[in-house]
Design a protein around this ligand. Structure first.
Ligand code: ZN
Length: 152
């Protein structure tokens, strides 16, 4: 993907999801929770998952407050997670983490759909932790649900 295309996609998608966050509410039936905090920016995200008996994420929502990128990232992530198995959700975390933090990531971002927009945060190094916060929170919820995920 061209860098200009990525930048345009980034601005368009981040603005849209920041103005109109998807799945931004409490989830009473949630049975798995994650808490994330990015001390660098002050972003706080709580993730609420309802995982059914087949180990599939049936419902997902988030609450919290943060900058435009943290909120947009959480919003985009909840859209992507719905219907995924926990295993595939963890795989998606690994892909997003690699795409956002590794210089020569092997991840093909054209396969990521709208999520590719988040990878545009790479052009703004101070914002990368805002973009990865929701994903760290997901990873923690699936692996160490009692800990607070932090980007540090
Ligand atoms: Zn932030």
């Amino acid at each position: 993907m061209e860098i200009d295309t990525l930048r345009e996609l980034y601005q368009e998608v981040i603005l849209d999801h920041n103005r109109h966050p998807r799945n931004c509410h409490d989830l009473l039936e949630a049975n798995c929770h994650g808490n994330g905090f990015n001390p660098l920016c002050g972003d706080k995200i709580q993730l609420h998952l309802y995982i059914n008996a087949a180990d599939t994420i049936e419902k997902v929502a988030f609450t919290g407050a943060g900058c435009a990128i943290a909120v947009a990232s959480a919003s985009l992530m909840t859209e992507a997670l719905k219907g995924l198995s926990c295993q595939d959700a963890e795989k998606l975390f690994q892909q997003m983490h690699s795409a956002l933090t590794e210089k020569n990531s092997p991840v093909d971002i054209t396969q990521l759909g709208k999520l590719a927009a988040l990878v545009g945060a790479k052009a703004f190094p101070a914002r990368v932790k805002c973009a990865t916060l929701a994903w760290h929170t997901l990873h923690n919820a699936l692996t160490h649900p009692s800990d607070v995920a932090t980007t540090e």
